[in-house]
Design a protein around this ligand. Structure first.
Ligand code: ATP
Ligand code: ATP
Ligand code: MG
Ligand code: MG
Length: 512
């Protein structure tokens, strides 16, 4: 659909396709999981239920995205390897890393009660994710060796640390004892002081877990299995799973050291241009189907929009660099202040934590908006980050989204009125083909007695969510310290015109 003079803003979006023959690995890691695991009383050093939950989330990700053929995880991280010539989301890095972390997170929240029936979720869990581009299977192998080494090193350290803490030391003292100790010394400490033979600890703790897809005997069904192995990047492990050989290929030789230049590529992340407005736009994945499964009212389900808005409020409260957001349908745009140093301006960090946190909240808040409806499938969102160099262009971006809201809403209102009046979906589509705004308004008025302008303003103008600190008379004082408190508000207003920005000068004030 042709869409106004604002469409030029699309040209600021960057291409981030991972070119062939590179292989794509996605890694997710818990965000602030030390706090999350403290608050939810995880057992130390390893909470088996928490690890089982991670594994079942990984299985759900493999089930939903057939392009992922291998996964490996430990503690609060998981890595996913895509098949060699995958065309998943046409290999766009940002889309891939966001839909993986989003689904993982919403499954984590959905399944939480199955693993922790006694423990209510008090914090919204979230994860960050990134793409690791591997030029060959040799690089994938090095990556897996590196992650499994990390699992081993961290687990050995944590086992010592928590044994010392449980025996009466405080955390700082325990850290002091372990400073500078090697692997051998740690094993000796465990054995001599605590009678623990490290090698006898559960394989899941020492080696991490792989989730693999396996075709069942009948060959009509697949299942997802969790396996543990001392060396997931060895030729022997790999050749025991023929589909890994088929989808990824094998390794030439076994390795146990990772080349430092490879390590550098594993930690590399693209930075967004400094001193530019960053917009993170997230959009529901397959929400057409999601809205049907959950019987959203058409064309606009008010509660579904309110749920989206509640998640945006939570994002604004959680991430202080987000100064404004605008949402419509299954999408939300979050504007980060120009000089934001959030995640050191790493695109993947910024996009992934916002999309993950939003997904987490969406599942957690569902029952508040749909008390009678069960959440039948976990929602997921894709995300991208785009930089806009001036306030003028940023405002054109927001205007573009609001014009889009208007065009889509007008079309959808006509479409669903026609369908509800007895036309088939394709008849309604043909009927509306080529009609202009004016004609659509006339159709609504004449055939259905609807004055478009009187439809709910949230449907027509979308939702703007931001910190309100404009009207001093409306401010309320915090009784404890007498300071003025700001609050996040949801408004439905015209953000194309100057007047909104004049009335709220602090939102895009560059001196934030
Ligand atoms: P960041 O946001 O920088 O990643 P973080 O708080 O997530 O910070 P990490 O270094 O990633 O810090 O550590 C994750 C912490 O989560 C571990 O130190 C551990 O305390 C806890 N944790 C995660 N999974 C488990 C588990 N299965 N059992 C026990 N503790 C866990
Ligand atoms: P993609 O994965 O490419 O984003 P999608 O199915 O999510 O595919 P969109 O173009 O994002 O396609 O459109 C979102 C769809 O979700 C709309 O067409 C609409 O059917 C549905 N939808 C989203 N929010 C609502 C709502 N509040 N009320 C009714 N329907 C909604
Ligand atoms: Mg969508
Ligand atoms: Mg959409």
């Amino acid at each position: 659909m042709a869409n106004s003079k604002y469409e030029y803003v699309k040209s600021f979006e960057e291409e981030d396709e991972v070119m062939l023959p590179n292989l794509i690995v996605v890694r997710i890691e818990g965000r602030d999981f030390r706090r999350f695991s403290d608050d939810h009383k995880f057992e130390r050093p390893n909470d088996e239920k928490a690890l089982d939950l991670m594994n079942s989330c990984a299985a759900a990700v493999l089930e939903e995205y057939p392009d992922i053929v291998f996964s490996y995880g430990f503690m609060d991280e998981y890595s996913f390897v895509l098949k060699k010539k995958s065309k998943f989301y046409k290999r766009r890095a940002s889309k891939i890393l966001s839909v993986v972390v989003s689904l993982f997170t919403s499954v984590y929240v959905t399944k939480w009660k199955d693993y922790f029936p006694q423990m209510e979720l008090t914090l919204a869990p979230s994860f960050q994710s990134r793409i690791i581009t591997c030029a060959s299977m040799e690089v994938v192998q090095a990556y897996l060796v590196w992650r499994q080494n990390n699992c081993h090193v961290q687990n050995q350290y944590n086992t010592c640390l928590w044994m010392l803490i449980k025996s009466g030391k405080n955390e700082r003292e325990a850290e002091e004892v372990l400073k500078g100790t090697g692997k051998q010394e740690k094993n000796e400490l465990l054995f001599k002081q605590f009678g623990i033979n490290y090698k006898k600890l559960p394989p899941m703790f020492r080696q991490g877990s792989c989730v693999l897809r396996r075709v069942k005997r009948l060959k009509t069904e697949v299942e997802y299995i969790v396996v543990h192995s001392g060396n997931i990047a060895s030729r022997s492990f790999w050749s025991g799973h023929s589909f890994l050989m088929k989808e990824l290929g094998g390794f030439e030789e076994d390795i146990n050291k990772v080349k430092p230049e490879y390590l550098k590529s594993f930690v590399f992340e693209r930075k967004l241009m400094p001193s530019t407005w960053i917009v993170v736009r997230i959009d529901g994945r397959h929400f057409h189907g999601f809205s049907e499964v959950h019987e959203f009212e058409k064309p606009n389900d008010e509660q579904a929009l309110n749920l989206m808005n509640s998640c945006a409020v939570a994002v604004i409260e959680e991430f202080e660099d987000v100064v404004f957001s605008y949402g419509v349908s299954d999408e939300f745009s979050f504007v980060l202040k120009k000089d934001s140093q959030f995640h050191e301006r790493h695109a993947s960090g910024i996009v992934s934590v916002i999309v993950s946190f939003f997904s987490s909240k969406y599942v957690m808040n569902w029952k508040d908006f749909f008390p009678q409806k069960e959440l039948k499938k976990p929602p997921s969102f894709d995300g991208r980050a785009v930089c806009y160099p001036s306030t003028e262009i940023l405002r054109d971006y927001l205007a573009w989204r609001q014009v889009d809201c208007h065009i889509n809403n007008q079309y959808n209102t006509c479409f669903w009125m026609l369908v509800k009046s007895g036309k088939s979906k394709s008849e309604a589509q043909d009927y509306l083909k080529g009609t202009r705004a004016q004609e659509k308004n006339e159709l609504l008025a004449q055939q259905f007695g609807i004055d478009y302008q009187t439809l709910p303003v949230m449907f027509r103008q979308g939702s703007s969510v931001f910190w309100d600190k404009e009207d001093p008379t409306e401010r309320y004082s915090d009784e404890r310290d007498g300071k003025c408190r700001k609050k996040v508000v949801v408004e439905h207003c015209n953000i194309i015109e100057q007047s909104f920005w004049k009335a709220h000068p602090s939102i895009l004030d560059e001196k934030h």
